[in-house]
Design a protein around this ligand. Structure first.
Ligand code: FE2
Length: 301
């Protein structure tokens, strides 16, 4: 069921109000590592081979999402995306060309969907040494959840412009697949088009749990979790970062292939009182739900 064009999620770029505070939090507590630094930006890697998972830029008082970067399967796939985007109703902001300003380099294009979400698609970007599994350190991103006020339109755009397929749909989310991770982009059914959250893949169950303790010690309590989701079958702990951005430690994401059968909202109903498989953690509270609706895409021109 995978995308013919997109191999996966590489990174997310954000504007944050305090770059020094962001570096301290995302290295010391969240356990990423600075891989590149500019005057107005830092790039943070995990233990896997992606050059960076987060690009953080010095921004104004209100944090913003700049773009979601996806990796194309080939130069031909990148070209196919360039041709599919206008057909799907999107806009090419930067045509295919060398990404000289990005430390990961490669060739890429930037596009905007009809609601203002910005995606960069890259091919041939620099990889860093794969350190494999390291205790308590995120390996890579596994999904980003983007809200949509018009979920059917967003689902259609991701399908037509980027080749994503629907993996599952619940009453609150459409889970979109591009490779073997059950979902790489999920669309949060909402009344706005904000960033819902960014999920970092941890090596194992223990790293997700110890991450909950480490965050709690640093003053960032678990907002939802620990638990195990329905669609994707992944473990989760959700947090709010120092700037209000919702981030997730996850592990054991279900791996799927072309035989996976998408199911719908009627198939994914929880018994009363449950919002995950375990039923230990209370449901997400108003603080988390509010944070999942506050970070908007920076306007592009
Ligand atoms: Fe998630």
């Amino acid at each position: 069921m995978s995308s013919p064009w997109i191999a996966g999620l590489r990174s997310v770029a954000l504007n944050v109000p305090d770059l020094a505070a962001a570096e301290k939090f995302y290295t010391e507590t969240w356990q990423l590592e600075v891989v590149h630094r500019k005057d107005n930006a830092i790039y943070l890697r995990g233990s896997g081979s992606d050059h960076h998972l987060l690009a953080l830029y010095a921004g104004g008082a209100v944090p913003q999402i700049r773009q979601v970067t996806l990796r194309a399967r080939s130069a031909e796939a990148l070209q196919a995306v360039a041709e599919a985007v206008p057909r799907a109703g999107g806009t090419i902001i930067s045509p295919i060309g060398p990404l000289t300003k990005n430390p990961a380099g490669g060739t890429g294009l930037t596009l905007r969907d009809p609601h203002g979400r910005v995606f960069q698609v890259v091919h041939g970007d620099t990889r860093v040494d794969d350190r494999g599994v390291q205790k308590d350190r995120p390996i890579r991103l596994t999904h980003v959840v983007l809200n949509s006020h018009a979920v059917d339109e967003t689902q259609k755009f991701l399908s037509e412009a980027l080749g994503f397929r629907l993996a599952d749909r619940t009453g609150i989310m459409a889970f979109m697949n591009c490779d073997t991770d059950h979902h790489t982009i999920a669309i949060g059914i909402s009344d706005n088009d904000a960033l819902n959250h960014i999920a970092f893949l941890m090596p194992d169950y223990e790293s997700v749990m110890r991450g909950g303790g480490r965050m709690k010690d640093a003053g960032y309590p678990i907002q939802w979790g620990p638990g195990r989701h329905g669609p994707g079958n992944n473990l989760f702990n959700y947090f709010i970062d120092p700037f209000g951005i919702v981030i997730e430690y996850t592990a054991e994401v279900e791996q799927v292939d072309e035989n996976y059968q998408a199911r719908g909202p009627e198939d994914w109903k929880w018994p009363p009182g449950r919002v995950d498989q375990w039923g230990i953690s209370p449901p997400p509270g108003p603080v988390l739900k509010e944070a999942q609706k506050r970070i908007f895409f920076a306007p592009t021109h």
